[in-house]
Design a protein around this ligand. Sequence first.
Ligand code: PXP
Length: 261
Amino acid sequence: MSSSKQSPKTLLRLGVNIDHVATIRNARGVSYPDPAAAARLAEEAGADGITAHLREDRRHIIEEDVEAIKRSVEVPLNLEIAATAEMEKIALKQKPNAVCLVPENRLELTTEGGLDVIKNKKFLKSYIDSLRAEIPKVSLFLAPDKLQIEAAVEVGATTIEMHTGEYCELDILFDTKKRDVEFDNLVRMAKFAKSLGLEVHAGHGLTISNVAAISTIKEVEELNIGHAIIADSIFLGLSEAVKAFKKRMAFGRESITEMQI
Ligand code: PXP
């Protein structure tokens, strides 16, 4: 295999989001299941990173989990936070390998949309400057939108995570026409972001059924997946669920054609 063919295929990491292990623990107010133990198991099964979202309302992960995960795994920890003063302090104290800034609204079931970087340029620039003094990678969770991506560069982000929620929703609804338009847009925006020097990640709503398709976008280097992996682990066990996602991702990557490379 030529090296030009090899590189885009191998460059796809899986970040396993273990938030919902904590959701189950917190539903009972007990100490198990332990998110750090889940992180360790995910790493052993082939996860390339662990992702945790420390929400302002602490509905799942708490700061002690972040500390325990950091102690428990060797793969990078990606900490998702809202851009608040409290979270900035915690991130600078915990020093994860990467921070992903996400919009947060207390009433939402999960992160509902991308950040509006254009509207918050000045604030985000200084927030990101402060994080980057200690944390090498700062990512912004964005809708796949050209103007938002340009704004991400202006505010100093190293990385964007493209919101795949719309694509996944259309796929579930079998609205193939709109889904394919959304997919083409994800492809174009991944290329655009990479051409501006950004590292490109993707996530939200990904499942074992749609992850191979998203894995064919060669500019995407990392997928962050939570709900579906934890859901599948009820039936398969966490190790098997992680392995199954890695396998589907590799299948998607393998189907990248020579033309795309
Ligand atoms: N990426 C980001 C930025 C998120 O906020 C979330 C949800 O916490 C995910 C990925 C994972 O989404 P899902 O749980 O649907 O896989």
